[in-house]
Design a protein around this ligand. Structure first.
Ligand code: UDP
Length: 456
């Protein structure tokens, strides 16, 4: 054990909840194997995590260290593209400084793990001659799509148009263009995110390992059919264990577990659009009336946009009309909520963490994706994992209240409801198997750790 502590792994993550959560779970696993780990993100992320969940400075073999993004803690970071410009500019120097400071304190870094959205972390690692692995935080199927696209490989046109019909990507179901990751499409407004991905894929050969937050059983088809890539290991699902107190939420959770405790088993609709999707007020209104019409109990995370506080987009009179039916909060402990026995289904934006968390909890879904990989994840949930219901927007792109009501009723009480639940439970057990002793993901993590120990 003592010897292993000499391998010091730094995990570097962009300050987004969907990236922090799986990275923190990976950190916990690596420390449980006796490795010394530094979890690094921006100073602003550190401040928010401390405020929201008392994230400590150290926890056994794990320490949290933060680097500057060049802006004061009170600066407005709500424009993602502008913020990425800033962090891309300042981040390399700040991170290098942090690594050099640790080395001068007798605590040198021997390995770095980054994520695909901070492509310069690999450059820092290369400059400092530190080996680098990437944690891919989306499905392997999406990795395969990006890989094909950025390598000019089969079947994806080099320039996609919003109107293209894609019929056949090996190992995946037939995808319409609207089901591809939106960062590849001309309509994508998040230019810095697609550029980061493009840079990451161009440098992929320099990565020693690609760790994927998924598991083999879930994506067997996509994995078997993919052309050659650098060493890839599926190590997920990296989902927080309800018993673990160490968390890195950027927002403080509202109390809602006691409310769930008094609901009947398998009755509550849980609805959340993740950490950064903000629906229009018109859309929120449709969601609200759809929930009311369903007449089922609900827990809704109506998270406000980045610079606002309180609940977002509730139509006038909604809270009064639904007293006794539902509860609305601005942030909740989602993993605990999903595993609560009162939950019947999850209306989700299909972020990959939420998708995996629905699988780990064995909860059927109603899919309502928005951007990035969410569109492809929704397709996987409905057509490959078959744990839930897809919804149809109207020609203006709005999801109407009748459609929301239909989705809820189909997921909980429709003719396929039993099939959704059975499939959800099948994946729940497969996920548990993958991370248990001798499971595929547990073996892959061990192989990775063994490789790290060779660095000694
Ligand atoms: N989450 C949470 N409480 C909430 C909403 C979300 O803890 O009220 C967590 C959720 O469990 C997941 C993460 O935030 O781990 C969101 O990641 P995901 O990939 O699902 O979506 P993103 O926020 O990246 O769009």
């Amino acid at each position: 054990m003592e010897e292993q502590k000499k391998v010091h792994v730094m995990l570097v993550t962009f300050a987004a909840q969907g990236l922090i959560n799986p990275m923190l779970e990976l950190a916990k696993i690596l420390t449980s194997k006796g490795l010394w780990v530094t979890f690094a993100s921006t100073e602003k992320a550190g401040e928010r995590m401390r405020k929201a969940t008392n994230t400590p400075a150290t926890d056994k073999f794990l320490q949290f260290r933060y680097f500057s993004d060049g802006w004061g803690l009170d600066a407005d970071r709500s424009n993602l593209d502008g913020y990425m410009n800033q962090i891309n500019l300042v981040g390399p120097k700040s991170l290098t400084q942090l690594i050099q400071n640790l080395a001068s304190q007798g605590d040198p870094i021997s390995f770095i793990i980054g994520n695909p959205f901070l492509s310069w972390v690999l450059d820092v690692a290369e400059e400092l001659k530190i080996p680098y692995a990437m944690l891919w935080t989306q499905p392997y199927a999406v990795f395969a799509i990006y890989y094909r696209y950025f390598s000019g490989l089969n079947l994806l046109p080099p320039v996609l148009s919003d109107a293209d019909i894609i019929t056949d990507i090996t190992g995946l179901p037939t995808l319409r263009v609207g089901e591809l990751p939106t960062y590849l499409l001309p309509s994508n407004p998040y230019i810095n995110l697609s550029e980061a991905l493009s840079k990451t894929f161009k440098k992929l050969k320099k990565v020693t390992w690609i760790l994927v937050n998924s598991f083999i059983d879930l994506e067997r088809e996509a994995i078997e059919k993919i052309p050659d890539v650098p060493p890839v290991k599926l190590v997920g699902p990296l989902v927080r264990n309800c018993g673990s107190n160490l968390r890195g939420d950027l927002w403080r959770s509202a109390d809602c577990l006691e409310w769930l405790d008094v609901q009947s088993p398998s009755t509550v609709v849980y609805i959340s659009f993740g950490s950064w999707v903000v629906r229009s007020e018109k859309q929120m209104e449709e969601v609200a009336w759809g929930l009311l019409r369903s007449k089922r109990p609900f827990l809704w995370v109506a998270k406000p946009p980045e610079n606002a506080t309180g609940l977002w987009g509730l139509p006038e009179g909604f809270l009064e009309e639904t007293v006794g039916q539902g509860k609305v909060v601005d942030w909740c402990p989602q993993v605990e909520v999903l595993s609560h026995p009162s939950i019947a289904c999850f209306i989700t934006h299909c972020g990959w963490n939420s998708t995996l968390e629905s699988i780990v909890a064995g909860v059927p879904v109603v899919v309502f994706p928005d951007r990035g990989d969410q569109t492809t994840n929704a397709k996987l949930l409905v057509e490959v994992y078959r744990t839930g219901v897809g919804l149809r927007t109207d020609p203006s792109g709005l999801l109407r209240k009748e459609e929301i009501e239909r989705g809820i009723n189909e997921a909980i009480g429709g003719p396929r409801a039993m099939e959704f639940k059975e499939n959800a439970l099948k994946w729940k057990f497969a996920a548990r198997e993958a991370v248990s002793d001798g499971g595929t993901s547990a073996q892959n993590i061990q192989a990775f750790v063994d490789d790290l120990l060779l660095l000694l």
